[in-house]
Design a protein around this ligand. Structure first.
Ligand SMILES: *[C@@H]1O[C@H](CO)[C@@H](O)[C@H](O)[C@H]1NC(C)=O
Ligand SMILES: *[C@@H]1O[C@H](CO)[C@@H](O)[C@H](O)[C@H]1NC(C)=O
Ligand SMILES: *[C@@H]1O[C@H](CO)[C@@H](O)[C@H](O)[C@H]1NC(C)=O
Ligand SMILES: *[C@@H]1O[C@H](CO)[C@@H](O)[C@H](O)[C@H]1NC(C)=O
Ligand SMILES: *[C@@H]1O[C@H](CO)[C@@H](O)[C@H](O)[C@H]1NC(C)=O
Ligand SMILES: *[C@@H]1O[C@H](CO)[C@@H](O)[C@H](O)[C@H]1NC(C)=O
Ligand SMILES: *[C@@H]1O[C@H](CO)[C@@H](O)[C@H](O)[C@H]1NC(C)=O
Ligand SMILES: *[C@@H]1O[C@H](CO)[C@@H](O)[C@H](O)[C@H]1NC(C)=O
Ligand SMILES: *[C@@H]1O[C@H](CO)[C@@H](O)[C@H](O)[C@H]1NC(C)=O
Ligand SMILES: *[C@@H]1O[C@H](CO)[C@@H](O)[C@H](O)[C@H]1NC(C)=O
Length: 871
């Protein structure tokens, strides 16, 4: 290979010489050009040999076009000045790069390219480098001293790696640095005092390391500093008062260290601050009044310290505040009335202090408030009715106080409410029935109060805790899967839940029972595959039915013309239990090997329905339609048998059973690696999209869950069980009873009972998270609503039985997760359509930065940009 290369160099050089000659240059110039071009060829050759651009079979073509390669910039003379491979996996090909061949390189971006091992010392030969980005990799070892020879550097980023050791004091040589980002590594030792020589610095990020010692007072030299992040280290000692000379600071974070002493009163000098976090340190004394001079502050976090005294009323000057957290301190006194002037507040956390007095009714002025947490204080008085003005409120925590009076029905006007906690107070009223209007409510905790009256039925599909109150009456039957502890400690509750006495029938409970019976029998009927069109149809077909003899074999679809009823009876020895492979509410599933050798699955339905005369042709028609569905990710229904003695459906057999079973089994779950999981998700999306957008009438499955996704021998996904599917006929009412599997049902179904395609989209979102996590996300979703989960990283919730995904799959996983969050939006309209989801999966996305380190909040944020609710 090598000889070929050099021959082509000569050819190119020679061509260049001829060119130079013919454009009226003297011989001498030709020679200069030739030597220049051979230097250029060296660059091209180094690029070729790096393998970063794949294997080029036509090397001469590569060499003559190297300035046109993706990520390469050359200067006018044709010498390489910029290399940008950000987001492209290089891995160990990194080591093949000949750094010494690029004397003119000014910019090298290798962000997120899968680099590992130590930083190559040769990098220091790039003497003209002004920008070096090695972030989002897995580099280890120390920061090499030779790196500090790159004195032209203006920007140096190496965040999110595993670099250890201390920061060399020679970093102080890099006098031109404007940005230094060493965050999220394993740096130890002190902040070198030489760092304060970097007087041009505008951005300094040292956060998320293990740096100890105190903040050097000389930091005051960094006059141009605009962002200073020192959080998540082991810094001790006080906040140096000299810090307040950095009047250009806009962002200052010292959070999660062990900084002690008081907040310097001079902090009021930092007039440009927009973001200040001193959270999670050991700061004491009171909040300095001068803090109220920081009128540009948008976010102020003093949480988790030992700050005492009361909240200064002057805090009301911080008119731009959108985020205010004073949580987990030792604050006393009452909530200052002036606080309600902070009308831009979206987040207000005053929880876990010793604040007393009552909640000022003027809090209703904070119209933008979305998160309000006053829990774990000494608040008294009643819940102000004005809270009902807070229509943006999603999280309201008033628990663990001494609040008395009733739960105001007006809270039902807080139409965005998702989480409500009023537990551990002295509330005495019934649970307002108006809360059924809170369409987005996902979790409600009313435990440990003195609430009276009955349990409202609208709590279906909501996580709730009603324990330790004075509730009475029947526990609605559809709560029977809830834990005993949800209801424990009440006065007179009865029902079918273990630990409670059965209810004595009274006229009232009889009526309730009737409803309950209807609620349970109807889904069973629907589960059977009975598609309820309208009364008209039923009546019409009833009359047609009379002509059909009871006991007739209605139909059996020919499976390649080879299935006969008798074959099936024979193959299963008349449905002997030995052939049974699963049981559900609808009936049992059998495996049958036909005489032809074909294996099929039989779903034998319960007998009850066969005796129902309305079980008519419409069933047959719908089943027939399902047999006509042709999609590679939908289980094929070959036919059915409807007979007085037995009814069954004939399906394609899926060797690996349900997704749920595979995920529940540690060995099988390991077999389902990340790539397979992503493919399963895509398959399901395509199948549902087909049902929603390519079938006429539209088919809404209504019971998408991991139980109803089957896997074949290659672990490919097939949507199955159309037992509850509803064909959306534009003329028919879409109103129906709630069917589906608890934990996958779209929230709106609980109150509107209107089935749309968006219900399936929601269930799909749940299944996607379940596939990524290995278990149903139920509790996680609720806990994600709490502010403390903002830092839950995506990789922490991924199925831990599998090794972490490599970076390439990680892109897919992050993308799939953001889609899932879009599908799980509470408002059906803002969920994407399955067509859109399916198309997104088909079109390859540009990779994001290292996705797996992203927090959940980021995935949710990202999902906001995905689909704006329009088709
Ligand atoms: C490039 O060539 C090497 C060695 O011939 C081979 O191992 C590698 O798979 C090739 N890469 C591509 C992308 O073709
Ligand atoms: C290589 O590329 C050059 C220029 O692009 C072309 O002239 C030549 O024919 C190619 N050689 C081969 C073997 O394809
Ligand atoms: C590089 O690309 C530009 C435009 O894309 C083109 O004009 C130029 O001729 C190309 N250069 C070479 C050496 O291929
Ligand atoms: C980084 O490298 C270390 C040690 O080489 C390894 O244990 C770890 O799994 C790697 N991390 C990633 C995300 O590749
Ligand atoms: C700070 O920034 C200003 C304007 O951007 C610049 O003129 C000055 O040289 C920088 N350095 C110092 C040390 O002030
Ligand atoms: C502060 O920043 C501004 C630009 O935002 C700059 O013009 C000024 O020079 C900086 N001040 C100092 C003291 O560096
Ligand atoms: C608080 O800071 C300590 C280190 O001082 C850290 O270990 C802990 O994780 C931090 N807690 C939070 C909630 O950030
Ligand atoms: C702060 O902590 C250091 C030890 O890290 C201790 O020596 C010092 O006395 C403390 N200062 C205050 C004001 O508590
Ligand atoms: C707050 O309430 C707790 C428990 O009721 C009590 O021990 C504490 O003294 C109270 N604190 C104040 C400041 O009132
Ligand atoms: C039923 O839902 C379909 C699809 O969402 C819609 O087109 C139709 O208008 C709805 N019908 C009624 C009566 O609401």
């Amino acid at each position: 290979m090598a000889p070929n290369v050099s021959i082509s160099f000569l050819v190119v050089a020679w061509v260049l010489c001829i060119f130079m000659h013919t454009t009226n240059t003297v011989n001498a110039a030709g020679i200069v050009a030739a030597s220049q071009s051979s230097a250029l060829d060296l660059e091209a050759k180094a690029l070729l040999e790096s393998g970063w651009w794949g294997n080029y079979s036509n090397q001469s073509s590569f060499i003559s076009h190297h300035c046109n390669l993706s990520g390469i910039q050359c200067n006018h003379g044709g010498s390489v000045t910029e290399i940008d491979k950000g987001g492209v996996y290089l891995g160990d090909k990194f080591r093949k790069f000949n750094f010494s061949s690029f004397p003119n390189l000014v910019r090298l971006n290798l962000q997120e390219t899968g680099l590992r091992g130590s930083i190559p010392l040769e990098i220091s030969t790039l003497s003209k480098l002004t920008e070096l980005d090695l972030s989002w990799n897995n580099l280890t070892g120390d920061l090499p001293l030779s790196l500090t020879n790159l004195t032209q550097l203006v920007e140096f980023s190496i965040y999110y790696n595993n670099i250890s050791g201390s920061i060399p004091k020679e970093m102080g040589n890099l006098k031109n640095l404007l940005e230094l980002d060493l965050s999220s590594n394993n740096f130890t030792g002190l902040i070198p005092s030489s760092l304060v020589d970097l007087t041009e610095l505008v951005y300094l990020y040292l956060d998320s390391n293990q740096i100890n010692g105190s903040i050097p007072p000389e930091i005051r030299n960094l006059k141009n500093l605009s962002s200073l992040y020192l959080g998540y280290n082991r810094l001790t000692g006080p906040i140096p008062s000299s810090l307040v000379d950095l009047t250009n600071l806009t962002y200052l974070s010292l959070s999660s260290n062990q900084i002690n002493g008081s907040i310097p009163p001079e902090i009021g000098n930092l007039k440009n601050l927009r973001y200040l976090s001193l959270r999670n340190n050991s700061l004491t004394n009171s909040i300095p009044l001068s803090l109220s001079h920081l009128t540009n502050l948008v976010s102020l976090n003093l949480g988790s310290n030992q700050i005492n005294g009361s909240i200064p009323p002057e805090i009301a000057n911080l008119k731009n505040l959108s985020y205010l957290s004073l949580h987990n301190n030792s604050l006393t006194g009452s909530i200052p009335l002036s606080l309600v002037d902070l009308t831009n507040l979206v987040y207000l956390f005053l929880d876990s202090n010793q604040i007393n007095g009552s909640i000022p009714p003027e809090i209703g002025n904070l119209k933008n408030l979305s998160y309000l947490n006053l829990s774990n204080n000494n608040l008294t008085g009643s819940i102000p009715l004005t809270l009902s003005h807070l229509t943006e409120l999603t999280y309201l925590y008033l628990d663990s106080n001494q609040i008395s009076g009733s739960i105001p029905v007006e809270i039902a006007n807080c139409s965005s409410l998702v989480n409500l906690s009023l537990s551990h107070n002295y509330l005495t009223s019934s649970i307002p029935s108006q809360f059924s209007d809170l369409k987005f409510l996902r979790s409600i905790d009313l435990s440990y109060n003195n609430l009276i009256g009955n349990i409202p039925p609208y709590l279906i599909n909501i996580n709730f805790n009603l324990s330790y109150n004075s509730l009475e009456g029947q526990i609605p039957t559809f709560f029977q899967n809830h834990s005993f502890y949800t209801f424990i400690g009440n006065k007179d509750l009865c029902g079918d839940i273990k630990g409670f006495p059965p209810c004595l029938p009274s006229s009232r409970t009889k009526r309730q029972l009737k409803i309950v019976v209807l609620l349970t029998i109807f889904p069973t009927l629907l589960l059977l595959g009975y598609f309820f069109y309208s009364r008209y149809w039923v009546r019409k077909k009833q009359s047609e039915l009379r002509g059909i003899k009871n006991g007739d074999l209605f139909s059996i679809w020919n499976y390649d013309g080879k299935i006969a009823y008798e074959d099936i009876i024979e193959a299963t020895e008349d449905f002997d239990i030995r052939y049974c492979i699963g049981t559900g509410g609808y009936g049992s599933v059998y495996k049958a090997e036909l005489p032809s050798g074909k294996v099929i699955a039989l779903k034998k339905l319960h007998r009850l329905e066969a005796e129902d005369p309305t079980f008519d042709k419409s069933f047959k028609n719908e089943v027939k339609m399902l047999t006509e569905i042709r999609h590679r990710n939908i289980v094929k229904l070959h036919g059915y048998c409807l007979h007085k003695r037995c009814m069954f459906l004939v399906y394609e057999y899926m060797e690996r059973g349900s997704l749920f079973c595979v995920l529940s089994n540690d060995v099988e779950a390991m077999e389902l690696d990340w790539t397979k999981r992503v493919n399963i998700i895509k398959g399901i999306a395509h199948a549902i999209s087909y049902m929603h957008h390519e079938c006429i009438p539209v088919i809404v499955h209504r019971d998408i869950s991991s139980n109803n996704i089957l896997l074949n021998s290659k672990l490919e996904a097939f949507v199955s069980d159309f037992g509850t599917a509803k064909l959306l006929d534009p003329d028919s009412s879409n109103q129906t009873l709630v069917v589906g599997t608890y934990g996958y049902i779209a929230p709106e179904l609980a109150y509107t009972m209107v089935v749309t395609e968006k219900c399936d989209v929601y269930s799909f979102g749940m299944v996607v998270l379940e596939i990524l996590m290995g278990i149903h996300p139920g509790e996680l979703l609720t806990s994600l609503s709490s502010p403390s989960s903002q830092h839950v990283m995506l990789n922490e919730i991924l199925d831990q039985r599998l090794p972490p995904p490599n970076r390439l799959v990680a892109h897919d996983i992050f993308f799939v997760a953001t889609i899932a969050f879009a599908c799980l939006r509470t408002k059906p309209k803002s969920r994407p359509t399955m067509k859109w989801v399916s198309q997104e999966f088909l079109s390859r996305k540009k990779p994001l930065a290292n996705p797996i380190m992203y927090s959940f909040t980021m995935a949710i944020e990202e999902s906001r940009n995905l689909y704006d609710g329009r088709e």
